[in-house]
Design a protein around this ligand. Structure first.
Ligand code: PRP
Ligand code: URA
Length: 209
């Protein structure tokens, strides 16, 4: 399917290797997640619509391009998605931010929603969902359902690492959603963790265990 974008930029691959390393501590892990979110955002926004406007440079009138319309919102899936927000704001300081709280039940691996607060005009914006991990795809698929329920017509999913199972699930449930990731790993283990993966992203970002 053409909606999967595996971002193989050397800087992203180098930083992903740092995240995978079990010796990378909380501070560095968080910083690298932020940096990767900035680089991924650059790629995931390359099709944003532009409009031509006239301005004056100090020397002459000029026709220039600027972003058109209502632009963007980003929606981190709590908790781990929060780690990617600063990286987006580094590039798009005025981006609107929705928050969606989902956790994965450790037994059933089904997502459980516990919080939701969206920008008032979310339906008029392109929404980029942020979550470092796409494992079974249950959380991402449920989150996209929520955004579509708010009227979002264009949704993208940005996840640092993906499992084949998660990609398949999102492509089946939401074939219209573009997925941006930096690697597709081998498989899931019996507890739904990505292998070889990078461990529990939320725990590594926030230092919980
Ligand atoms: C992790 C991760 C995703 C989800 C991925 O969150 O950040 O949201 O699991 O798994 P899935 O694709 O199988 O649904 P988790 O539920 O551990 O919550 P946390 O971010 O609060 O740690
Ligand atoms: N959530 C994580 O944080 N890591 C995984 O490998 C799978 C789900």
């Amino acid at each position: 399917m053409s909606n999967l974008h595996v971002l193989d930029h050397p800087l992203l691959q180098h930083k992903l290797a740092m995240l995978r390393d079990k010796h990378t501590g909380v501070k560095e892990f968080r910083e690298v997640v932020t940096e990767m979110a900035t680089l991924m955002c650059y790629e995931a926004t390359r099709d944003l619509a532009l409009e031509e406007v006239e301005i004056e440079t100090p020397l002459a009138p000029a026709k220039v391009k600027q972003l058109a319309g209502k632009k963007l919102a980003v929606v981190p899936i709590l908790r781990a998605g929060l780690g990617m927000v600063d990286g987006i704001q580094n590039l798009i300081p005025s981006v609107k931010i929705g928050h969606l709280g989902l956790y994965r039940d450790p037994e059933t691996l089904e997502p459980v929603e516990y919080y939701c607060k969206m920008p008032r005009d979310i339906a008029e914006r392109e929404a980029i969902l942020l979550d470092p991990m796409l494992a079974t795809g249950g959380s991402a698929s449920a989150a996209i359902d929520v955004l579509k329920g708010y009227g979002c017509k264009r949704v993208k999913l940005m996840c640092i690492l993906a499992a084949p199972e998660g990609i398949e699930r999102v492509q089946k449930d939401h074939p219209d959603v573009d997925i941006y990731t930096t690697a597709v790993d081998e498989c899931l283990n019996d507890h739904g963790y990505i292998l070889p993966g990078l461990g529990d992203a939320g725990d590594r970002i926030f230092g919980t265990k």
